[in-house]
Write a protein that binds this ligand. Structure first.
Ligand code: NAD
Length: 291
């Protein structure tokens, strides 16, 4: 292996340590303890593990765990009424509706009930628009984590040629938007892209968010390029990514491993977003009081 390793675990630990200090300072300054309301509908085992992790990390950062659990057969109206209550509750800084929701529910209108200043996942229509217009707001956690990793390793973004592979609302589109906002020249490749390897070989930075195990390999990478692997695949041999790590690491300059790359950044950025949500609400309340 010739590439340097981007250590997401170490970066996430630094982000979380700094955040803990920032939370203490915010509480001392405002008297407000930021709080995160995770909302879990039903008992999907993977979702239960994810939510438990988010709750534990919230408390470890000095913020309040305001978790809400609804039964598997909850109706659209019941989830709506809970989200409306959380939206209006000043104790609640951030709201996270854990996805996927059970089949009887329509997720999109539920997500859009979360006010932009509490939208710690950054997935509401308003948050997506505010990102596109570069207005203050909360950015999706995994894409924000990708930017944080590039910055942590001083990878130049401005003017860089970046190829993002994947155009999902969760990862591909927002990470491309964040990179454009940082003045990168961004190409979004997807399932209909012709000559994917050739397109990728023009990139100084490749961000793989494809959901296809090991699709990106040495032939996709320009020598010395930075490779960020967002993919997560569970197999008998453990976790792996969208990048065929061994061959890719022979060509890349810097590369994220899976596990230990982008993965740990997602919860770290959720915690950052929860504090940022509390700050946004404090600013908005101050602006309303002086208006
Ligand atoms: P998705 O399935 O919603 O989107 C995949 C995208 O890849 C699509 O836009 C599609 O056009 C494109 N694509 C599919 N096959 C392709 C091909 N052969 N060539 C080029 N493009 C192709 O997936 P997603 O939600 O964006 O997630 C992508 C990956 O990232 C998954 O492995 C997921 O598990 C992982 N993920 C990780 C984290 C994390 O915290 N690290 C968070 C979210 C998602």
């Amino acid at each position: 292996m010739t590439a340097g390793l981007i250590d997401g675990k170490a970066v996430a630990a630094r982000v979380r340590a700094a955040l803990k200090d920032d939370v203490s300072a915010f509480i001392a300054r405002t008297g407000v303890q930021p709080g995160l309301a995770t909302v879990l509908v039903g008992g999907d085992p993977a979702s239960e593990v994810y939510v438990a992790n988010k709750r534990k990390s919230t408390v470890a950062s000095g913020m309040a765990d305001l978790h809400q659990h609804l039964p598997e057969d909850a109706s659209q109206a019941e989830v709506e009424s809970l989200l409306r209550r959380l939206a209006a509750d000043p104790q609640v800084s951030g709201i996270l509706l854990q996805l996927p929701v059970p089949a009887q529910l329509n997720a999109a209108p539920l997500i859009d009930l979360i006010p932009f200043e509490k939208d710690v996942d950054g997935l509401t229509t308003l948050s997506v628009g505010r990102l596109a217009q570069q207005k203050p707001g909360l950015r999706p956690c995994t894409p924000a984590g990708v930017i944080e990793l590039l910055d942590a390793y001083d990878v130049p973004i401005e003017g860089a040629n970046v190829v993002v592979i994947g155009r999902s609302e969760l990862v591909g589109r927002p990470v491309a938007q964040l990179l454009v906002n940082r003045n990168a020249t961004v190409t979004i490749a997807h399932s209909r892209t012709r000559n994917l390897a050739e397109v990728c070989r023009a990139a100084d930075i490749v961000v793989a968010a494809v959901g296809v195990k090991g699709l990106i390999t040495a032939e996709h990478i320009k020598p010395g390029a930075t490779v960020i692997d967002v993919g997560i695949h569970r197999g008998p041999e453990g976790l792996s990514g969208d990048v065929d790590f061994g061959p890719a690491a022979e060509v890349a300059g810097l590369i994220t491993p899976v596990p230990g790359g982008v993965g740990p950044m997602t919860i770290a950025m959720l915690l950052v977003n929860t504090l940022r949500a509390a700050e946004l609400q404090y600013e908005l309340a101050g602006a309303a009081a002086t208006a």
